[in-house]
Design a protein around this ligand. Structure first.
Ligand SMILES: Nc1ncnc2c1ncn2[C@@H]1O[C@H](COP(=O)(O)OP(=O)(O)OP(=O)(O)O)[C@@H](O)[C@H]1O
Length: 362
């Protein structure tokens, strides 16, 4: 449930929300009761199982005997850049034609289509205490030195915040001090190795993909590639990195979930090494994001992976890499870092956007 800080929404209205990711597609139907949105129904579909998003949503509504005309409004959060009238779902390699989707689902208000990190940023506003866990509680209390410059003499909630979200892909967004959410495609920027080992990792990934972005490293598929890289190095440290199809792999077919489970159970040293490398690179890129966005209000780790690797994030590797920015270490040490435990955050955000569309701020 969440409060809506907007006037003019009538009781009993129904809103469609969707979170379309590279692995899972969540659809939700929310009812507005008073000023709260209450989840009425939710379904989770593997994204690889559908080709026609309209048919999927029609089927979802059919199950509860609703037609699009019976729904007040809706918003879908899409894991890919939205340009003009198209969205490229990067990790599904599919294109959504926005006008076609809107006209095939004639809700009472036009369907909104937003980037998934915009929806996640909106959903953040509705999270409760139990939905977040702080990795560095000593940074949580407002710091005088952060608040002291005249332009930043604001309470911490009014400072910029940023989101970094590893899942099937890697999402990044900035939440401005005034609450506006700016999704970015920053995760497709160039991966910058920091150690000799990471330089070898870069070379390994460059042979496979050409362009090595942060998403190639900090995602479920990236985790599997980190494992393959360490596996290859352990097997033949003196050989140059191989082309992807020539990697000998009795064990390298582990899924990301298997790697993290074995690592957290302490039963596979290579899996532990993989997860520790992943967490360090995530810390380093979270620090880069904090610097780029001046996210003094906090860094939020979203997406499907962080809640599943929480014990590793709570060890020293993540924070050490986050802080390792030379002369700005002290500044970064004052930024709180939170893991978002609620995996419905983008769905909540989409519901909030759907209900708020067309309503004047209260
Ligand atoms: N326990 C785990 N440890 C590490 N990775 C995992 C685990 N479970 C699932 N994954 C990986 O997480 C990814 C799915 O992430 P998520 O649940 O955020 O899906 P999604 O919302 O569809 O992704 P996105 O929004 O990034 O497109 C997959 O690559 C999957 O292999």
């Amino acid at each position: 449930m969440m409060d809506l800080p907007y006037a003019g929404i009538k009781k009993g209205q129904l809103y469609l929300a969707g979170d379309i990711g590279g692995t899972k597609t969540l659809l939700g139907l929310y009812s507005l009761e008073g000023t709260e949105l209450v989840l009425v129904r939710e379904r989770n579909f593997p994204s690889k199982d559908w080709q026609d998003l309209t048919a999927l949503i029609q089927g979802f509504l059919d199950e509860i005997s609703l037609t699009p005309e019976g729904i007040t409004g809706g918003c879908l959060s899409l894991a890919g850049p939205i340009t003009q009238d198209k969205c490229f779902l990067t990790n599904l390699n599919r294109v959504i034609h926005c006008p076609d989707l809107r006209s095939s689902l004639p809700l009472r208000r036009p369907l909104l289509l937003v980037n998934d990190l915009e929806a996640m940023g909106q959903g953040l506003m509705d999270l409760r205490g139990e939905d977040l866990i702080c990795l560095n509680p000593s940074a949580e209390s407002p710091s005088p030195s952060l608040a002291s410059p005249p332009a930043l003499s604001l309470a911490r909630p009014s400072l910029n915040r940023a989101l970094i979200a590893p899942g099937t892909g890697l999402g990044q967004a900035m939440i401005l001090a005034d609450g506006r959410v700016c999704a970015t495609e920053g995760a497709h920027g160039d991966y910058a190795p920091r150690t000799e080992q990471e330089i070898r990792l870069w070379r390994f990934l460059a042979q496979r993909y050409g362009h090595v972005s942060y998403e190639r490293v900090l995602s479920g598929p990236g985790l599997a590639d980190l494992y393959r890289f360490l596996y290859w190095e352990a097997l033949s440290p003196s050989l140059p990195s191989p082309a992807s199809d020539s990697i000998p792999t009795p064990d390298s077919s582990l899924t990301p979930a298997e790697i993290t489970k074995k690592a957290l159970d302490g039963i596979c040293p290579l899996c532990t090494e993989t997860l520790e490398l992943f967490v360090k690179i995530l810390g380093a890129e979270a620090g880069n994001l904090a610097l780029r966005t001046l996210a003094y209000g906090g860094i939020y780790l979203g997406g499907g992976i962080p809640p599943k690797i929480l014990p590793k994030l709570q060890e020293d590797g993540f924070m050490e890499a986050f802080l390792a920015k030379g002369r700005l270490r002290e500044l970064l040490s004052q930024i709180p870092i939170y893991v978002i435990l609620n995996e419905r955050t983008p769905l909540l955000g989409a519901a909030r956007l759907a209900a708020a569309a067309g309503c004047p701020p209260a």
